[in-house]
Design a protein around this ligand. Sequence first.
Ligand code: AMP
Length: 114
Amino acid sequence: MAEKTLFQRIADGEIPADIVHEDELCIAFRDINPHAPTHILVVPRKPIPSLDDLEDADRDVVGHLFLCARDIAKSEGLSEGYRTVFNCGKHGQQTVNHLHLHLLGGRQMQWPPG
Ligand code: AMP
């Protein structure tokens, strides 16, 4: 059996995290190294490595991540807006190979990103 990803270990309670949401499809917890006052990772329980590895059957899971991000943004009081990001691969500077949607808010974002 493949070794569990870091985020699977968090989802399974083997590594502690500040969890803000859990359901049958995903888990959301605060980033350990936040880049904004609110920085939350929304992670599917299914260990999809990256955006590049998505299959057509994952359509509902990915839609669910965005709907959860919307609801969490509301519960975190991000009424002025927020940003959602999937980093993918080397140029996207992805560091954890388990798909995750960053939800960032609580400050003015800049564009373009670095
Ligand atoms: P990425 O660089 O897009 O792959 O994002 C990975 C994110 O996971 C980074 O923002 C890290 O700070 C975050 N991270 C790594 N380990 C943990 C952990 N144990 N708990 C919470 N967040 C983590």
